[in-house]
Write a protein that binds this ligand. Sequence first.
Ligand SMILES: [Zn+2]
Length: 128
Amino acid sequence: MLKKGSKLYSILTGSCPKCHEESMYKDQNPYRLSNVYQMHETCSHCKTRYKIEPSFFYGAMYVSYAVGIAFGVAAFVISYLILGSNLKVAFGAIIGTLVVFMPVIMRLSRNIWINFFINYDKNWKQNK
Ligand SMILES: [Zn+2]
C-alpha cells in the first residue's frame, strides 16, 4: 500500500509530491526543532518548486487543525476507552500527545497541503 505513486507515500514520508524521489525537508528528523520548517527550494530530481507562491504553507495551518484533532481523538480513545482512565487523565493524555507530536503534526500538515496542489507524475522525467 505504501509505495511510490500514492499520495499517502508522499504524505507519510515527506517526499517530493511530484516524483517521490527525495525528501522535501533538509533534515529528516522533525524533532530537531530548529530545522522543522527547513525545506529545499526545489526538488533536485524533477525541479518542482515546493513553495508554489509566497506564504504558500500558511494554508497548512488549516490542515494542522484537522490533523491535531485526529491525534487528540486518538489519544482520548486510547486512554479513556481502551485503558479505562478517568476524564482528567484522558484530557492530560490529549494535551501531552499534541505537545509530543507537534513537530510530526506540523510536517504531516505541510505534506497533506502540498499534495492537494501537486500530483504524482510518473512521467516526471520527460515533463521537467
Ligand atoms: Zn521531485
